[in-house]
Design a protein around this ligand. Structure first.
Ligand code: C2E
Ligand code: MG
Ligand code: MG
Ligand code: MG
Length: 281
């Protein structure tokens, strides 16, 4: 009986595992197909100087234009792309497309703008990442200083020693580096000092309730003070109200990003806004 039960259980697990593996392959095939058919698009969200109010940069955010399901936001496919490794392919496209778009805006006579691109932890593990970034810049003849790479706090803290070397190699290209979602992972403050960073992005979970939650305000104040002491500039993410703007400015955040100013928008809307409502430095 025990043997039969054991076999049945084993059988159950293999079926489950087969199903999971099949589902994974299916998703991987779909994501690769989407990449091959050019179904990914970049949208852009502006970042503004907290005091002067001018535009400081744009964050590129990928979307999947699905032929039947419409526009799909990253939380619905980035984790799967990471799990299956397809993120490396998508990420390379994102880098090249962001640089291409930046070049096109420059050629159209629009002001020089910093463009930020999100890198996944999977991309950081690729040996050719530095090469990929450098090739994307070269293909568009873009000044490296205009490209910023956003890396999450948890991705760098995963393996800080390797991250220090990798970030330094990226930094040597002349690109800028931002730590994304700061405050959500476990940062070793001593490592933070060793990373060649330009920007610290305070996660929106500390912003959403900042006008009521004294702890959140205290955390933002501490992060700002830490960043400024390390010579980094601070962006607050997820700013949704005028009250939050005032509070974050008071707390010393240098730049602000969020729905209060603008949702992520298409490249066309960026161009229009640059010609009309957004003021640059
Ligand atoms: P993230 O890098 O932290 O990007 C900010 C996210 O917060 C964006 O969501 C943006 O639309 C959203 N957001 C901005 N302002 C507000 C606000 O005021 N309120 C609220 N509730 N949300 C706001 P999105 O575009 O859905 O992207 C989600 C995440 O997906 C990104 O978080 C990033 O981790 C990842 N992601 C997006 N594009 C890429 C990409 O090209 N490559 C990689 N590896 N990851 C990406
Ligand atoms: Mg980001
Ligand atoms: Mg973030
Ligand atoms: Mg995030």
């Amino acid at each position: 009986h025990a043997k039969a039960a054991g076999r049945a259980k084993f059988q159950f697990y293999t079926d489950e595992m087969n199903r999971a593996a099949t589902a994974r392959l299916d998703i991987e095939r779909k994501l690769r197909g989407a990449a091959a058919r050019g179904e990914f698009e970049l949208w852009y969200q502006p970042q503004f100087d907290s005091r002067q109010g001018h535009l400081t940069g744009l964050e590129a955010l990928v979307r999947w234009r699905h032929p039947e399901d419409g526009l799909i936001a990253p939380p619905r496919f980035i984790p799967l792309a990471e799990e299956t490794g397809v993120i490396v392919e998508i990420g390379t496209w994102v880098l090249r497309e962001a640089c291409r778009q930046a070049r096109q805006w420059l050629d159209a006579g629009l002001p020089q703008l910093r463009i930020s691109v999100n890198l996944s932890v999977r991309q950081l593990r690729e040996k050719c990442l530095v090469e990929t970034v450098s090739a994307a810049l070269a293909a568009s003849d873009l000044r490296p200083g205009l490209l910023e790479l956003e890396i999450t706090e948890s991705a760098v803290m995963d393996n800080p020693d390797e991250a220090v070397a990798l970030l330094q190699a990226l930094k040597d290209l002349g690109v800028r580096i931002a730590i994304d979602d700061f405050g959500t992972g476990h940062s070793s403050l001593s490592y933070l000092k060793l990373f060649p960073l330009d920007h610290l992005k305070i996660d929106r979970s500390f912003v959403s309730d900042i006008e009521h939650d004294a702890n959140d305000a205290m955390i933002v104040a501490a992060a700002v003070s830490l960043a400024h002491n390390l010579g980094l500039s601070v962006i607050a993410e997820g700013v949704e109200s005028a009250v939050q703007v005032a509070r974050l400015r008071e707390l010393g955040c240098d730049e602000l990003q969020g729905f209060h100013f603008s949702r992520p928008v298409t490249a066309d809307v960026v161009e229009n806004s640059l010609r009309t409502v957004w003021r640059t430095a």
